[in-house]
Design a protein around this ligand. Structure first.
Ligand SMILES: *Cc1c(COP(=O)(O)O)cnc(C)c1O
Length: 427
């Protein structure tokens, strides 16, 4: 039978054969640092490939050598992770930040320019803004709502266009869910590419991936994940991944070998377990989020709500982009309460079922205050410019019973007394 199975059908078995492990239906944890070679000749052949000393022969794969280079749990996980995005290859890391920093280090050199969207994840922002310039890399940020046309002009005017090496975006932008047009960014990368110097286009797809958005289908070269979020999905593991073509990921894996930040077998095993339920979790999360968003929409204590599922044609370009590139509005909701920090804190302190914590994409629902928590590192004026006001709260919706979540939100909103909390500061 030639049927091509869908990723959700393959997540339990792809890339693993029970006969490798005494018939065990599940891939065991290969908790080993090193692997025994059948012969010295075999060891030599493996190292020739590991060090790129010769081309692989037809069908020849890198053999197992040492768990910093490869390990069965890591390799099988990487094979499975490719399925949703339709990528050729994946590299998994011990954190999302190590996936991001290793990718940026591999593809950027002194004198290069990195163009990146704002806001991005706080750790990414710090790495780009504080670390990359120490290595002579120029970084230019653009606000998420900037159009590709405006960016093209800005780059041309900067005189740095011929040094552009990578465009890096996060969409929807965290925490306000601003959509960035992937296809337009891809065209921008093409526009500034030269035959000897291709501009790479990288997308952090943590917010909607790997189910609800497939950036490679819209021209991305590299797709990056914090696997700590939806992929892991249980708030019990930190991990990350980068996906792309064989050539690009081979380069990332080579640097990973020398930085030594690959995921270990136990992390890889946990993620394989998580991948089996990824679709059912994410579907339930998105369904719950839509119910929660409908409840919050128009609530008298709420000034603005940011959720892609509430976009309509009246929202113009944002709606068009969302419809074109995302398959679901996802499970991340941000909303601004009337008032400021005091009102937001009063709301957060009153929540019961929903936990007050950063992170996202897990089975349990979480709430946090971007201005003083995840985005505290961004200067006040820049925060305001990207919609991170003092009254803004971000929710990550889990798999609980939707009406229970709504009841928790309802009682917490009831406890917020707009204006009063501020009065208390000025008796
Ligand atoms: C959490 C997160 C990261 C960083 O991932 P870690 O696994 O915490 O290192 C990067 N990007 C986004 C969008 C994130 O949410």
């Amino acid at each position: 039978m030639d049927r091509k199975y869908r990723p959700e059908s393959l997540m339990m078995s792809h890339g693993y054969k029970p006969k490798w492990s005494e018939g065990a239906i599940k891939c065991p944890i290969f908790q080993t640092s090193t692997f025994v070679f059948e012969s010295a000749e075999e060891g030599k052949a493996f190292f020739e490939l590991a060090y790129d000393l010769r081309e692989a022969e037809q069908g020849e794969k890198l053999g197992l050598i040492y768990s910093r280079l490869n390990n069965p749990d890591l390799e099988i996980l990487e094979n499975r992770l490719c399925l949703w995005d339709g990528a050729e290859e994946a590299a998994v890391f011990e954190s999302g930040m190590s996936a991001i920093s290793t990718t940026l280090f591999e593809f950027l050199a002194p004198g290069d320019v990195l163009l990146y969207s704002s806001p991005v994840y706080g750790g990414t922002e710090h790495f780009i803004h504080e670390v990359l310039p120490k290595f002579g890399i120029k970084v230019m940020l653009f606000e998420a709502h900037t159009t590709a046309e405006e960016l093209k002009e800005k780059l041309e005017a900067s005189g740095l266009a011929d040094r552009l090496a990578m465009i890096y975006v996060e969409t929807p932008a965290n925490p306000t869910n601003t959509m960035i047009d992937l296809q337009a960014m891809h065209r921008l990368a093409e526009h500034f590419s030269r035959p000897q110097r291709r501009v790479l286009f990288a997308v952090d797809n943590t917010y909607l991936g790997p189910l609800w958005q497939h950036p490679m289908a819209h021209g991305a070269d590299l797709v990056i994940y914090s696997a700590t979020k939806y992929i892991g999905g249980h708030s019990d593991v930190i991990a990350g991944a980068v996906l792309g073509s064989h050539d690009l990921i081979h380069r990332v894996k080579t640097l990973r070998t020398f930085l030594g930040n690959m995921a270990g077998p136990w992390t890889a095993w946990l993620l394989m377990r998580s991948l089996e339920t990824l679709k059912v979790r994410m579907q339930q999360q998105a369904e719950n989020a839509q119910q929660v968003a409908r409840f919050l929409h128009g609530h008298p204590k709420i000034k603005t709500i940011y959720y892609p599922g509430l976009l309509t044609e009246a929202d113009g370009e944002q709606y068009t982009i969302f419809k074109r590139q995302s398959r679901s509005p996802g499970a991340m909701i941000a909303f601004e309460l009337h008032g400021g920090e005091a009102e937001a804190f009063s709301f957060l302190n009153q929540l019961g079922l929903i936990k007050l914590a950063v992170s996202l994409g897990s089975t349990e629902s979480l709430a946090q205050h971007p201005a003083t928590m995840t985005h505290a590192g961004i200067p006040r004026e820049q925060q305001e410019a990207i919609g991170i006001t003092e009254g803004l709260v971000r929710l990550s919706i889990g798999v609980e019973y939707a009406q229970d979540l709504i009841a928790d939100l309802e009682q917490a909103l009831e406890a917020v007394q707009v204006g009063q909390a501020q009065d208390a500061d000025f008796p």
